[in-house]
Design a protein around this ligand. Structure first.
Ligand SMILES: NC(=O)c1ccc[n+]([C@@H]2O[C@H](COP(=O)([O-])OP(=O)(O)OC[C@H]3O[C@@H](n4cnc5c(N)ncnc54)[C@H](O)[C@@H]3O)[C@@H](O)[C@H]2O)c1
Length: 291
C-alpha cells in the first residue's frame, strides 16, 4: 500500500451500487485514492454493516501507519450512503456490484437509467456475465463497460476491463485512466464468459471441490498442497470461501451454459453447500468455519 494510496484530486464523484463484499472493497479502494464515494444498497442493514466495515478497515490502515490521520479523516468524510437513487445525477462513474444474476442486474439498470446524467460512465463488476447482453438494457451502451475488480479489491493490484460492442474508445480510455488513479494495473479482455481470470480460476476451484468430494485429501491439505507446492498465496478452497460459494456456483453455471462445455459443470458438493446456505466466509460456513 503506502504510496499507492496517495489521494488524487480529480474531483470525480463515484457511485457504487451493492454494498456486499465487492462494494465494500471497491468503495475502500476509491476512498483511499481520494475520491468521494456514494454507496447504495437496497438493503439498509447491509449498507450500515458495510459502512462500519469500511470504517474499521480505514482505522486498521491508520493504526498500521499505511495512511496518515489527514488521509483517514478525508476518507471518512468522503463516504456517503444512500437507499434511494437521487444521488445518481451527480455521479461521473457508477460501478454496479450487485449479485451475479442477469435479472437482478438488468432490472437495476432499467431502474437507475432515468437518474443518471448524460455523460455518466456505467460499469459492471460482473465476474462472468456477458457485457454485451447486459448492454441491451442500457440505452447509452457507448458509456457502458465491464470493470472487474478482484477480491479483496483494496489489495489486489489488477482490474479487468471488458468493453462491449458499443463501448466507445473515449469510455475505455476514461475508465483505464480511472483504474490507474486507483494505483492498479489493467488488462483488457474480450467479452467472453468469465473473461480471462475466472475462465481459468473457476476451473481450479471446481476441481479442488471434486478432489474433496472424492476424499483424495482434506480441505486443509488440498489448500496446503497448492500453497506450498504451487506457490499460491492461498488455497483454492479458502479462495472459494472468500469469493462466496453462491458466486462461484453462479460463475460455473454461466460458463457451462454460455461456453457449452461440461468442463465447467459445477461439482455437486458446491451445489449442496449453496442449497444449505453454506456460502463461505460471508455466512461463516463453507469449506472452513469462520467465527
Ligand atoms: N465475491 C468475489 O470474490 C467477486 C470478485 C469479483 C467480482 N465479483 C462480482 O461482484 C458482484 C457482487 O458480488 P459480491 O461478492 O460483492 O456479492 P455480495 O452477495 O457480497 O453483495 C451483493 C450486495 O448487493 C446488494 N443487492 C442485491 N440486490 C440489489 C439491488 N437490486 N440493488 C442494490 N443492491 C442490491 C445486496 O444487499 C448485497 O449487499 C457480482 O457480480 C460478483 O460476481 C465478486
Amino acid at each position: 500500500m503506502g504510496a499507492r494510496h496517495k489521494p488524487v484530486t480529480s474531483g470525480l464523484n463515484i457511485g457504487i451500487i451493492g454494498a456486499g463484499q465487492m462494494g465494500k472493497g471497491i468503495t475502500l479502494t476509491c476512498l483511499l485514492s481520494g475520491y468521494t464515494v456514494n454507496l447504495y444498497d437496497n438493503n439498509k442493514a447491509a449498507l450500515s454493516k458495510c459502512a462500519e466495515k469500511i470504517k474499521a478497515s480505514l482505522e486498521k490502515f491508520l493504526n498500521q501507519g499505511k495512511i496518515t490521520e489527514k488521509h483517514f479523516q478525508k476518507a471518512l468524510i468522503s463516504l456517503w450512503t444512500h437507499t434511494s437513487f437521487a444521488f445518481l445525477n451527480q455521479m461521473d462513474i457508477v460501478i454496479e456490484a450487485v449479485p451475479e444474476d442477469y435479472l437482478i442486474k438488468e432490472v437495476l439498470f432499467k431502474e437507475i437509467n432515468p437518474f443518471l446524467k448524460e455523460n455518466t460512465i456505467l460499469s459492471s463488476n460482473t465476474s462472468s456475465l456477458s457485457i454485451n447482453i447486459l448492454a441491451k438494457t442500457i440505452p447509452f451502451a457507448e458509456r457502458f463497460v465491464g470493470l472487474h475488480f478482484m477480491n479483496p479489491a483494496e489489495l489486489m493490484p489488477l482490474v479487468e476491463i471488458i468493453p462491449c460492442m458499443q463501448t466507445s474508445k473515449a469510455t475505455s480510455e476514461k475508465i483505464q485512466l480511472f483504474v490507474q488513479t486507483l494505483g492498479k494495473e489493467c488488462v483488457y479482455s474480450k467479452d467472453r464468459p468469465g473473461f480471462v481470470i475466472n475462465r481459468l480460476l473457476i476451473l481450479l476451484i471446481n476441481e479442488a471441490i471434486f478432489l474433496l468430494t472424492e476424499e483424495i485429501a482434506t480441505a486443509s491439505d488440498i489448500d496446503k498442497a497448492m500453497k506450498l507446492g504451487a506457490n499460491f498465496p492461498m488455497g483454492p478452497l479458502a479462495l472459494a470461501d472468500m469469493i462466496g460459494l453462491d458466486t462461484c456456483l453462479a460463475i460455473l453455471e454461466t460458463l457451462e451454459r454460455e461456453l457449452d462445455s461440461i468442463k465447467y459443470r459445477p461439482c455437486p458438493l458446491l451445489k449442496e453447500y449453496v442449497k444449505q446456505g453454506k456460502l463461505g466466509k460471508k455466512s461463516k460456513h463453507g469449506f472452513y468455519q469462520y467465527s
